[in-house]
Design a protein around this ligand. Sequence first.
Ligand code: FES
Length: 196
Amino acid sequence: MSSDDKNILDRRAFLAKISAGIAIAGVGLSAIPFIRAMSPTRDILASGRTEFDISDLKTGQIKTVIWRKQPVFILRRTSQMIKETERMDQSALSDPAPTEERAPRPDIFVALGICTHLGCVPKFMGKIPETDISGFYCPCHGGKYDSIGRRLAGPPPENLHLVPYTVESDSRITVGTETFAGYGENIRLMSRLPKA
Ligand code: FES
């Protein structure tokens, strides 16, 4: 074999090695989207706890946010609403719980926005029909709850269910924990909730 032939063979072997290297790298790079698709996204990992801006929520207003695909009510209660629930006769409630067990910070109430009867989304009203107090009214079958979600009347068997949350400041609130699922947890007392 002449030295020219040897050079040509060496060059071919070199080019073949480079091509093989590029092919392997290509396979590796094309696998990245699949690996990414199979790993939990940052969104999913973060969805256990979600921070919401409540700076625009004025006293007496309610905001419905979506947390883990479920509606969550955030209500900024007026002093009138606080008085109404304080004055209520606990023995008249079918699922009684004091304010500190429903809203430890009485001016803010947070709960799942799902009626405990058959799962409709209740409306917040300045006056619940046939009463003179504020609260939640479920139009599906006439369920009524006060402004801390305690069942007053109608077919709902229980108070609105609670979710773990932290009031970070007057303008921010964090809802949820990494593990609390929300709907189906059936928690009706703050003291039974996991820490947010
Ligand atoms: Fe709310 Fe029936 S679903 S009262």
